[in-house]
Design a protein around this ligand. Structure first.
Ligand code: TYD
Length: 223
């Protein structure tokens, strides 16, 4: 998309478990804010009070808590609310929105499970995301074992509040997930940029800023 003259930017971050999205988001916010931009950070599932309530239904409990179609509908109910109440208004206000996961997560996590699921996702994507496509999607790529080790140390708490429902899925699931992200990036190379998440946080930050600047040189100039 040609962003010349457009102030708002919609940046999404994607990746498997433990790929380091949160660390990168904090750094991007600092850098982009220092350049004079107003930056809004948000996450999926969640981002609005309604969507956060739906998040609790999705990320807690046993790995088999929902059948996949119900899960897709819940993710999209949360996404609709998030787009309507937070993402579109912020973009219309000329802000930079950085979202930790967005519709590529549904394609990668739920879409790998079958043709019917992919068709449902495609229809929801067209009707709910519609024209609000991310300007750039940074995919943090990491080998499955390293990612899961990182994520498990973070989620090492007991009780019902533990948000480990997706980490608890089998290793083959996470391998397919990684492949699904890489395929999305191959299919949409203009929007999606893959970053090697085994690099240091400083290196990842520089690569991400370069990719954003290459795409949006005008928006990133100092105020
Ligand atoms: P979260 O703790 O935010 O994971 P992470 O820190 O890895 O981003 O939990 C969100 C979980 O929900 C994560 O495992 C990915 C999953 N998810 C889907 O399966 N489909 C989706 O559409 C989204 C947005 C997330």
């Amino acid at each position: 998309m040609d962003n010349a003259g457009k102030k708002s930017l919609f940046i999404t971050l994607e990746g498997g478990e433990g790929s380091g999205k949160s660390t990168l988001i904090k750094r991007l916010v600092a850098r982009l804010t220092a350049l004079g931009n107003t930056v809004v950070t948000t996450r999926e599932p969640g981002g609005t009070s309604g969507a956060e309530e739906i998040r609790n239904l999705l990320v807690k409990g046993s790995a088999e808590r929902w059948d996949v179609t119900s899960e897709i509908c819940l993710f999209y109910a949360a996404r609709e609310d998030h787009l309507y109440r937070l993402i579109r208004p912020a973009l219309e206000d000329g802000k930079i929105v950085i979202c930790d996961r967005f519709f590529d997560s549904t394609r990668a996590y739920q879409g790998q499970l079958g043709i019917r699921e992919s068709n449902i996702i495609k229809a929801l994507e067209e009707n709910i995301v519609g024209p609000t496509m991310p300007d750039i999607t940074l995919i943090l790529d990491i080998d499955v074992e390293t990612g899961l080790t990182r994520a498990n140390s973070r989620n090492n708490i007991d009780g019902d509040d533990k948000e480990g429902r997706f980490e608890a899925k089998k290793i083959e699931f996470h391998q397919k997930l990684r492949d699904a992200y890489l395929e999305i990036a191959r299919n949409e190379p203009e929007r999606c940029k893959v970053i090697d998440a085994t690099k240091t946080p400083d290196e990842i930050e520089e690569i991400a800023m370069d990719l954003i600047a290459q795409k949006f040189s005008i928006s990133l100039k100092e105020a």
